[in-house]
Write a protein that binds this ligand. Structure first.
Ligand code: GCU
Length: 430
């Protein structure tokens, strides 16, 4: 009897516990008919209630209001631009089958006695100077984008994935992201340069209360800013991208007025925020950026605000947590992030197998940003009005300043994606 009671109570404890776990487990919604009721905040009405019907009112009033909301409620406030120093590390004049010059340049961001160094890996076509470039952060180190043996390997913290152990990059991971993600030769053949930086050089991607990376360097500058509005890692990575453009202004091989910023996934969220905050990015590319990137938060399909703030609390500012399961209270949604880039070109891409990132929500952000682009004298997504239907896969929308495609396949960057980006870049930055 005693043992029966004991077993029974153990069973009850187990059932109660697993039920609690199940309740805490996040189950994403993928059903369009189960989307919560929502109304998007109006992009073209000022806080005072005035309709924005001309460029002046957008530029002088509404755009600053929207930017302010994204800074205080979503990504957090960045410090002002700091001094940069640069130093050449290596140069190879016959890289990529003799077609490119490949360099490594250390760009150091300096504030008083503190500094952070990021290493730029730069490819430019051999036969030209002052070229337009793509810049993109990479996930696992510069040496992963090209199998060449003489690219330096970062000593910084690396996420344990793709064969990485103990958070250290090794020889074994050389070239593991080469190919579709970074088609260097194709980019060079098309007349562009490519610059990449390991994102962990700027800020390591884990939640440590901002004790490391560029966050630590700016501790003092952050003190007067309300804690909820201090910059998260997406802001920090975007800040690094802007400092790279500061460096381009001093590099004759690169035309700092023709820079396209590209990013995948969390780094696609970053490229959008970089494009929103720095007008020197003439083309902004978001590859599968999803929640906190191009996807409308209010749809709450796939990954939600609550879920992303739980898994990655360091990406956004603390105020963003106010909108966990409470998206309708947020004064902005992600179509307004795209609107901040207007009238500069933007391209959003989704993949059919990437439901977590809500492809339709990414498309709808473009649709709802379209009126801002038209107000500013461009043709938005092209044609007389934005497309009424979600496009089929492999049917890119690319005739205006807001491009979009849905690709068949998984969450990744592929040759197909790059082919669209290069064509779009030819129209907007070349
Ligand atoms: C996770 C996260 C996404 C993010 C992605 C990535 O899946 O939930 O928001 O885009 O990681 O950056 O790889």
């Amino acid at each position: 009897m005693k043992s029966f009671t004991c077993q029974t109570s153990l069973l009850i404890v187990f059932l109660v516990h697993s039920n609690a776990l199940a309740q805490n487990r996040f189950v994403p919604n993928y059903d369009e008919t189960a989307i919560p009721a929502y109304e998007l905040p109006p992009a073209l009405v000022t806080n005072a209630g005035d309709s924005v019907t001309d460029r002046k009112l957008w530029e002088n009033t509404r755009r600053p209001e929207v930017l302010e909301f994204f800074q205080s409620e979503v990504y957090g406030r960045c410090p002002a631009a700091c001094e940069i120093k640069h130093e050449a590390v290596s140069e190879k004049t016959d890289a990529i089958n003799g077609k490119a010059i490949r360099r490594e340049v250390d760009v150091t961001m300096v504030t008083g006695s503190r500094s952070t160094t990021m290493r730029l890996l730069i490819y430019t076509p051999k036969s030209s100077s002052n070229v337009p470039v793509f810049i993109g952060l990479n996930f696992q180190g510069n040496h992963t984008i090209d199998p060449a043996k003489d690219i330096s390997i970062t000593k910084n913290w690396i996420r344990n994935r793709g064969g990485v152990k103990d958070n250290k990059a090794t020889e074994a991971t050389r070239g593991t992201a080469a190919g579709g993600r970074w088609p260097i030769e194709t980019i060079i053949d098309r007349g562009y340069g490519l610059v990449t930086i390991y994102y962990g050089d700027i800020d390591p991607d884990f939640d440590d209360g901002f004790k490391n990376g560029i966050h630590r360097q700016f501790e003092q500058q952050m003190t007067p800013i309300p804690p909820g509005e201090r910059w998260g890692s997406i802001s920090a990575w975007a800040y690094g991208l802007s400092r790279a453009v500061d460096y381009f202004e001093q590099d004759d091989a690169i035309d700092a007025k023709r820079v396209a910023v590209i990013g995948h996934s969390r780094l696609g969220k970053t490229s959008l925020w970089a494009g929103a905050t720095d007008p020197r990015f003439k083309l902004v590319i978001s590859n599968d950026s999803g929640c906190g990137g191009a996807a409308l938060s209010r749809r709450a399909i796939g990954e939600t605000v609550a879920r992303i703030n739980t898994s990655f609390p360091h990406w956004f500012c603390d105020n963003y947590q106010k909108y966990n399961n409470n998206e309708n209270a947020c004064p902005v949604d992600q179509h307004m992030l795209i609107g901040l880039i207007a009238p500069r070109a933007v391209y959003v891409a989704s993949a059919t197998g990437d439901r977590w990132a809500d492809p339709r929500g990414e498309f709808l952000s473009c649709v709802h940003a379209d009126p801002i682009y038209r107000l500013l004298g461009t043709s938005g997504m092209g044609g007389e009005s934005p497309p009424a239907e979600f496009p089929m896969a492999e049917s890119p929308i690319n005739s205006g300043h807001v491009g979009y495609h849905l690709r068949t396949g998984e969450h990744d960057v592929t040759d197909y994606d790059w082919a669209q980006y290069l064509d779009f870049a030819d129209q907007h930055v070349k």
